[in-house]
Ligand binder design. Structure first.
Ligand SMILES: [Zn+2]
Length: 429
């Protein structure tokens, strides 16, 4: 359940620009209304709204039927590791035209070789004296990064080190293709090449997603980290019923893969600003509702690898298909603590959703995500979760179909929960 819909969402979302566009489409179909930062906001009880930052981050919210006593907020990320075209990107070898790129995020370099690739992102276009942004996806096999033959590199299977500057430049065409890149992208965007002023263009893997395995238990696709969590929490948000006294918020942020510290990242003031504005429209002090608020920071987790179980902690190694993974880390690179783990586990228990735990091996640094970064500006109980997957940051990742329903059900239960505190400081859900 939900796997085909997720794969469709992923296919339509080659970069964060399209991931946000696709989310907007889903939200507008459900009657959500766009809010612009420059306007005065008038918000009606029980209604849904959304606002976008930079075209790559989005916050959607559903007003409660009565008043705001707390906020239930899910956060995920819209970006994935890839390569960005440099400003001057065509490089002429004499025989061929290749493209000059740089890394965006920490990818498995080898996973980008020998497969059809293309370009997506946005073009900045000048029309008259107006400068506007046009999202673009070139929907054809346009590029490929070729491996060196085994005969020319006998060390290829002995731990070859790829160099991002020399080994990862995609081949674009014969010499006759020189100077045609922007016109090809402009054509795909439906704009004039002469009007293109600048661009933010990224490579994307064209390999189609697939459901596979003896029992069709697995699916593989590009960008499972983190569109699986973005989509699953969005569907849980849309399915949840309007709360009496809880502001329900679904958010998805760009630039998690590069540290979240941008104007549209989870480390920006933007999230707190939006929540403050929403509370102000209701005459509510945001600071007074934070103690009864909670964040679900959703970003995928490492499943125990079938060939390398030793890379996981022996007792805290989730499996694909085993339900929602609660990620914890002593140094708080994951924001989960005893309270947030207890609250979320109880919500999942009530909803009949299985949970499992993840911790890094104590001798490895592991990853981090946006929850603890957003927490520094919005101090609320936060649980870091994700779904177990293999090959994180490969250009083609793998997860379990069953986990999509687990995530949707857990998210719906989360959004439909109201947290209260009694006079003794005890939580009730
Ligand atoms: Zn991620």
């Amino acid at each position: 359940m939900y796997t085909r819909e997720l794969l469709n969402y992923i296919e339509n979302s080659p970069t964060a620009y399209q991931a946000v566009d696709a989310a907007v489409k889903i939200l507008e179909e459900q009657g959500f209304v766009r809010l612009d930062a420059k306007d005065a906001w008038e918000l009606e009880s029980g209604k849904g709204y959304y606002t976008v930052q930079n075209g790559t981050s989005i916050i959607a919210l559903r007003m409660p039927a009565k008043r705001i006593d707390g906020i239930m907020l899910a956060a995920s990320h819209s970006d994935s590791p890839t390569f960005k075209l440099k400003a001057v990107c065509e490089a002429d070898t004499g025989e061929y035209i290749k493209l000059n790129t740089e890394r965006y995020g920490g990818m498995i370099l080898s996973s980008w070789l020998d497969k059809p690739l293309s370009l997506a992102g946005r073009l900045i276009v000048k029309e008259g004296d107006a400068i506007r942004s046009v999202n673009v996806k070139v929907d054809k096999d346009l590029l490929l990064i070729p491996n060196v033959a085994i005969h020319q590199n006998r060390k290829h299977n002995d731990g070859f080190v790829f160099n991002a500057q020399t080994d990862m430049m995609p081949l674009f065409g014969m010499s006759s293709a020189k100077g045609t890149l922007i016109s090809q992208v402009a054509e795909a965007a439906g704009v004039g090449a002469e009007d293109v002023v600048s661009a933010d263009l990224y490579l994307y893997n064209r390999t189609p997603a697939t459901v596979w395995g003896a029992d069709d238990a697995f699916f593989s696709a590009p960008r499972i980290d983190n569109l699986m969590c973005a989509y699953g929490t969005l569907i849980g948000f849309i399915q949840s019923t309007t709360a009496e006294n809880t502001l329900q918020v679904w958010s998805c942020f760009d630039n998690e893969e590069t540290g979240s510290r941008t104007k549209q990242g989870a480390g920006a003031l933007w999230l707190r600003d939006v929540l403050e504005r929403v509370c102000q429209t209701q005459g509510v002090d945001l600071r007074r509702v934070l103690p009864t608020s909670m964040m679900l920071s959703a970003d995928n987790a490492h499943a125990k690898h079938p060939n390398h179980p030793e890379l996981s902690d022996a007792q805290n190694a989730p499996r694909m298909g085993g339900g929602v993974v609660i990620k914890a880390n002593a140094s708080q690179s994951y924001a989960t603590d005893g309270i947030s783990c207890a609250l979320f586990s109880e919500m999942c228990k009530k909803a009949g959703v299985p949970t499992q735990g993840f911790a890094n091996r104590s001798d490895s640094a592991g990853g981090s995500t946006l929850g603890s970064i957003a927490d520094t500006l919005l101090p609320v109980n936060t649980v870091d979760i994700g779904m177990a997957q293999l090959a994180m940051h490969s250009s083609y990742e793998t997860a379990a179909c069953a986990d999509n329903a687990h995530l949707v059900n857990a998210s719906r239960a989360f959004f439909e929960t109201a947290i209260t505190l009694d006079a003794d400081g005890n939580y009730h859900i």
